[in-house]
Ligand binder design. Structure first.
Ligand code: FES
Length: 156
């Protein structure tokens, strides 16, 4: 567990269950994901069972319980991107990768998640691949994009 975890948790009061979500958000921002060890420790701190924490946290799309992949795709599903077809892009990525939102492929190479508004609404739907923007992305571009990404990983 990182030293930063101890620093973060000190900012919160023990037993205040309403602090769960902001606390998990801060931990994830620091560490990239929420480990099982963290869940147990947060549970002891707030007086919540691990089952309860998982139950509440999985309600929110933004929490990850495994580390991100080497390639991290973020798909904007904000209002503008949604109206421009982000849902079909999400579905295509899901279909092509066989993994669900917030998961990481078994080989640890790829993960993707859904975010809301990246600030480029006129260029939607937008995705980022390791923070590189891909505006006006269409579902039919996804197979080629994934093929290129896999090639890059295999030859890295
Ligand atoms: S809604 Fe996607 S960039 Fe704003």
């Amino acid at each position: 567990m990182s030293k930063d975890f101890e620093t973060i948790i000190k900012k919160y009061k023990s037993g205040r269950r309403e602090d769960l979500i902001p606390l998990l958000q801060e931990i994830q921002d620091d560490n990239g994901y929420i480990s099982e060890e963290v869940i147990v420790k947060v549970g002891c701190f707030l007086g919540l069972s691990t089952t309860k924490i998982y139950g509440l946290a999985t309600f929110y799309d933004q929490f990850r319980f495994v580390p991100e992949g080497k390639i991290r795709i973020r798909i904007c599903n904000g209002t503008s991107c949604f109206l421009n077809g982000s849902r079909s892009v999400i579905n295509k990525i899901k279909e092509e990768t066989g993994i669900r939102v917030g998961q990481t492929s078994r080989d640890g190479n790829l993960s993707y998640e859904i975010v809301t508004c990246m600030g480029g609404c006129n260029n939607g739907p937008i995705i980022t691949v390791n923070d590189e923007y891909h505006p006006h992305i269409r579902p039919e571009q996804i197979p080629d994009l994934l093929k290129k990404l896999r090639y890059i990983i295999e030859n890295d």
